[in-house]
Design a binder for this molecule. Structure first.
Ligand code: HEM
Length: 189
């Protein structure tokens, strides 16, 4: 699976990225960013407490925490253009390169999806902002990041299949692609 801008646009459209979400997230960030180091500490406590994830992080926890806080901070930058998307794909490539299994990334996103509503509730309540709407915006953004990070894992699988079979990436893609049906040719036939 390779991501293209049309896939990302579909995700953002159906996911409900409404106009002005950038500004909302930037605004929330003013209050949430100071809470990110504590959130990151809790995240790394989980990674270190798990015997499968611990070996990947134990030797450079402080450095990784800094990278993680920087990534989380960017979620509230309000700028989600092509550079932001490219950085998510690059993070995926880095995790592929160091051999982090995909379920670990999925579990991390799950950790964040369960942690953020609580964080947002505290902030939104004091600001008088609608908790559900603020929570929805950050959850959608995490979904988008995961989609882009996952695309690097898919690209690596294709690369390995190409290496093993000698089939070109285009041919492999053609064999496995599930293409959206057009209006004229709907799934109902
Ligand atoms: C929500 C999921 C995750 C995100 C968003 C994330 C984010 C990041 C970021 C931003 C970096 C720095 C990349 C750079 O150098 O530019 C990084 C590096 C790294 N992450 Fe993660 N990470 C996630 C999950 C994990 C998990 C679950 C593990 C291990 C169990 C892990 C292990 C590492 C390691 C070892 C590096 C250093 C790679 C290297 O440069 O050698 N990450 N991560």
């Amino acid at each position: 699976m390779s991501t293209n801008s049309s896939d990302v646009q579909t995700l953002m459209h159906i996911g409900g990225f409404s106009s002005g979400y950038e500004e909302h997230l930037r605004h929330l960030g003013q209050y949430l960013v100071p809470r990110l180091p504590e959130l990151t500490d809790r995240f790394y406590e989980c990674l270190l407490a798990n015997e499968l994830t611990c070996p990947y992080v134990e030797r450079r926890v402080e450095q990784l925490k800094k990278a993680h806080i920087a990534w989380l901070t960017e979620l509230f930058s309000g700028d989600y253009g092509e550079d932001f998307m490219a950085r998510q794909r690059r993070i995926g490539e880095i995790h592929v390169a160091v051999g982090i299994p995909p379920p670990f990334v999925a579990s991390s996103m799950s950790f964040l999806r369960s942690a953020f509503p609580n964080e947002i509730e505290i902030i939104a309540r004091s600001l008088g902002e609608p908790i559900g709407i603020c929570t929805g915006m950050i959850l959608r953004l995490l979904d988008l990041c995961q989609y882009l990070i996952d695309s690097a894992y898919e690209a690596e699988r294709m690369r390995r299949l190409t290496a093993a079979t000698g089939m070109s990436p285009a041919l492999l893609e053609n064999l496995i692609a599930l293409r959206p049906v057009t209006k004229q040719k709907s799934i109902m036939g």
